[in-house]
Design a protein. Structure first.
Lengths: 524, 314
């Protein structure tokens, strides 16, 4: 008996190892296999999983600035107008149309009939008034986007009146921002904090759960106003920080969409069976910022020399593996009023040397470029810029700080040169122009302290003129002046890379980064 | 000293340890540059918006006052509110802790299951080929970067053969065993070499003892000899090694958590440091400190269970 017990104990160790493998491998089902492109029409059903590099931060639409949060919120709440698929205009959404007073100070919107919240409650003008007023009051959030609005009225359940302080050309674009999405009046009897733990809206999906750092799931809204939509039963956004892991998840069928795969993998993914690699037009523009509080960056010749010495094609090839375009303007091509003839400086070493010779530091100088740690793209750009400025006698030290500190130093103007980027929030250049060119806007001209009174005047003039051709002329001048001042070196325009499994259909991303998940379907 | 007195005394030592941890964690995270308000506001951070958030979070108060407030809340069982997620820190930590505990415990079990037979094989014939193989091959596990090994296992076992999910934590006990096998195996493979070497060395020592010679002379079979006489006596140093390594693993599983998207406390800690989410960093540092003390305590208690000769006052 004792001998048998000893033998049994002796076998435990080795057999447990095998048992663990078998038990683990036979566990909770195997992942589903990839589908293939179907030639049939849309079908209902299916649960789509996003693999996102970062978790959402907050669902409070009036205060959150994080894109991962914004793109989820847009599936829950909807504004009166929404961005068109080319990102250059708006189309009616919860409103069906509007009238404008002759003095351009009053806009009367007619609300779409039959729109209900995911609770089944009918949406009325009282909800719209409440929602807009909450965002207008968000002084640490998106309040500034509604700064031109004086008041909001709700004369009838299906009519909303927006009164402006002054004529405001970007009003419809501003109203299309997710932050102006409609929520139930009085937050449905909850406090704002309680409401945004599980927000309610009129969008195609409604709240299921959010396990922070793991995943956030939305399920189909049975009261959605677009007949027959959405197709999917649910959408889940999972938090997967590693590029490799996201790619493997899609290849392994554990996720259907990989948001932002590494640029180095784009080419291989284009020829990988079972997945589709999409590059969507975007408004992402990358810049090299100069701190004009630091010598010698007040000198326009220095800024121009640096701008001229950077080979943008080399950056596009090294960072984006050829999947982008050199930038010529502060504005990206997908923004209304972008001027393709803007004379943004391009690579020309001869002219760069001429500008340097005309500057206050003709023999060069030593400076630093600030980049956040862990950002391989920025590290590559910094190295290339470091080498390209050597012929001008400019010695660059790369200062790498942790992202939070780098961001704090950049925004406090404690840097010489730094890398930054912009993506549009609204289909109008006003937000970017004000942010980037008016040092009193709060962002200190993209944290460069660039201050050109003529440019500032034109930027604010363009806000209040509603005639498109006049706005175009003003923005052409603004883009030209900003380019000639070289307050930043405009580096490149980048697309949005997304990988989807081949059975995912109708997934489309606007140049602003928004996507409408109600149109997406998965073939069987 | 009795076992219970020993345990109570060690548990009381937790109090000054925890206070020390809170002081170090609080002041270190506040001393490094960076601002949670800027993280949340991003490029939209205006001085006005930053000031509003600072006032809302109490970050405009003197540092000592902020620490006092943190301790006051802690004594009332409140770990505060996450600045980034705007949810109670206790909820955030308790929702992420189980995944890390699963990872560590599962990895420890796998490490033991792999190490014990291999150490027995190696010690059974010192300097033989099998001894050299057992000593050399697991060292590869120590040298292999965790992210690389993880990638290989994911590509082969998850994507190619679809035996395991690429990532995740799973749900239910079977789901956890299934989903957490690959991440736990990666951790275990790094753990095995030190445990195997320690166990092998102890076994060789014990094999030279007189009682083993006596047992052999009495005709005890080699498997029985190893399991009943050698292993029990040799396991104590290995338990120490395992205990110390588990202590290191608490909070040190970050890379594995990231690669396998395991929603553990290590990745929460790193993200919270980057986001300057002060209350979360402070709470996790406290949890880590307490856990390390508890693991050491459990290791000490395990000695006595394995060897009745161990006295608690030594």
């Amino acid at each position: 008996m004792k001998h048998r017990t000893a033998l049994r104990k002796g076998l435990i160790a080795s057999s447990t190892a095998a048992a663990l493998v078998v038990l683990a491998a036979c566990g909770s089902g195997s992942p589903s296999s990839n589908g293939t492109k179907s030639s049939g029409g849309p079908v209902h059903g299916g649960n789509l999983v996003f693999a996102n590099p970062q978790d959402a931060q907050s669902m409070d639409e009036s205060t959150v600035f994080d894109n991962n949060s914004i793109w989820i919120i847009e599936q829950i709440t909807q504004p009166l107008y929404t961005v068109t698929s080319n990102g250059k205009g708006v189309q009616p959404w919860l409103a069906t149309g509007y009238t404008e007073s002759a003095n351009h100070l009053t806009y009367t919107f007619t609300l779409r009939k039959g729109v209900k919240f995911s609770t089944g409650k009918v949406m009325t003008s009282a909800d719209v008034k409440f929602s807009l007023e909450q965002t207008m009051a968000a002084s640490a959030g998106w309040g500034y986007i509604d700064a031109a609005i004086k008041s909001v009225g709700d004369p009838s359940p299906s009519t909303v009146v927006v009164n402006l302080k002054y004529p405001w050309a970007p009003l419809l674009a501003d109203l299309s921002l997710f932050a102006n999405g409609i929520v139930p009046a009085g937050y449905g009897g909850k406090t704002a904090a309680q409401f945004y733990q599980a927000p309610v809206g009129t969008g195609p999906f409604k709240w299921d759960y959010w396990h922070k750092g793991q995943g956030l799931k939305l399920v189909k809204n049975p009261f959605y106003w677009q007949p027959g939509l959405p197709y999917l039963n649910s959408v889940t956004w999972t938090d997967v920080p590693s590029d490799n892991t996201r790619e493997l998840q899609v290849k392994g069928g554990q996720a259907q969409i990989d948001q932002f795969p590494a640029w180095s993998t784009v080419s291989a993914l284009k020829s990988t069976p079972g997945v589709d690699m999409d590059l969507f037009n975007s408004t992402e523009t990358n810049y090299l910022a100069f701190n004009e509080n630091v010598k010698p960056f007040q000198d326009v010749h220095v800024r121009r020399a640096i701008s001229l010495a950077i080979n943008r094609n080399a950056l596009v090839n090294a960072v984006l593996f050829g999947n982008g375009k050199p930038a010529n303007s502060l504005f990206p091509p997908q923004v209304p009023y972008y001027d393709s003839s803007t004379p943004g400086y391009q690579y020309n070493l001869t002219q760069a040397k001429q500008q340097m010779a005309a500057s206050s530091v003709p023999h060069g100088f030593t400076t630093t470029i600030l980049i956040p740690s862990g950002n391989d793209d920025y590290a590559t750009i910094a190295t290339i810029v470091q080498n390209e400025l050597k012929p001008l006698g400019i010695k660059i030290n790369v200062q790498t700080l942790d992202p939070n500190t780098a961001n704090a130093n950049f925004q406090s103007l404690k840097y010489d040169m730094s890398l930054t980027l912009w993506t549009m929030d609204i289909p109008d250049p006003d937000e970017l122009a004000t942010f980037g060119l008016d040092p009193k806007s709060g962002a200190k001209s993209f944290f460069t302290d660039y201050d050109n009174p003529t440019v500032i005047q034109d930027v604010h003039k363009a806000e209040q003129i509603t005639t498109p051709s006049v706005r175009q002329s003003l923005y052409n001048v603004v883009q030209t002046d900003a380019a000639q001042d070289a307050f930043m070196a405009f580096l490149y325009y980048s697309p949005y890379p997304y990988v989807t499994t081949s059975n995912v259909h109708a997934f489309d991303v606007t140049p602003l980064g928004n996507y409408h998940m109600q149109d997406v379907w998965i073939s069987k | 000293m009795g076992r219970m007195t020993f345990v109570i005394r060690r548990l009381l030592l937790l109090v000054p340890t925890a206070i020390g941890v809170t002081i170090i964690a609080f002041f270190m995270i506040h001393l490094i540059p960076g601002d949670p308000a800027r993280t949340i506001l991003g490029i939209h951070a205006t001085p006005k918006a930053i000031a509003i958030l600072h006032r809302q979070w109490g970050l405009n108060r003197p540092l000592a006052s902020q620490y006092w407030l943190f301790m006051d809340r802690l004594l009332h069982g409140n770990l505060g509110q996450s600045l980034y997620y705007n949810v109670p820190v206790a909820h955030l930590v308790t929702s992420r802790l189980p995944a890390t505990l699963w990872l560590i415990c599962y990895a420890a079990v796998i490490a033991v299951v792999i190490s014990v037979p291999l150490a027995m094989i190696a010690a059974s014939r010192k300097d033989a080929v099998r001894d050299h193989i057992v000593r050399a091959v697991p060292l590869l596990g120590l040298g292999m970067p965790a992210f690389w090994l993880a990638l290989i296992l994911q590509t082969e076992l998850a994507v190619r053969f679809r035996l395991f999910p690429v990532t995740g934590y799973g749900s239910g006990v079977v789901g956890h065993l299934h989903s957490m096998f690959l991440p736990s195996l990666v951790v275990a493979i790094a753990l095995c070499p030190v445990v195997i070497r320690s166990l092998r060395a102890s076994m060789l020592n014990v094999l030279g003892a007189e009682f083993v010679t006596t047992a052999r002379a009495k005709g005890v079979g080699s498997l029985r000899l190893f399991v009943r006489h050698v292993l029990r006596n040799a396991v104590i140093p290995a338990v120490t090694v395992l205990g110390i390594n588990i202590g290191f693993l608490i909070g040190g599983t970050l890379i594995v958590e990231q690669v396998f998207a395991v929603p553990g406390i290590g990745s929460l800690m790193i993200n919270s440091i980057f986001q300057r989410d002060f209350p979360v960093v402070q709470a996790i540092a406290l949890v880590f400190g307490v856990m390390v003390v508890l693991v050491n305590l459990l290791t000490d208690v395990a000695y006595a269970a394995l060897d009745p000769r161990v006295r608690f006052d030594r």
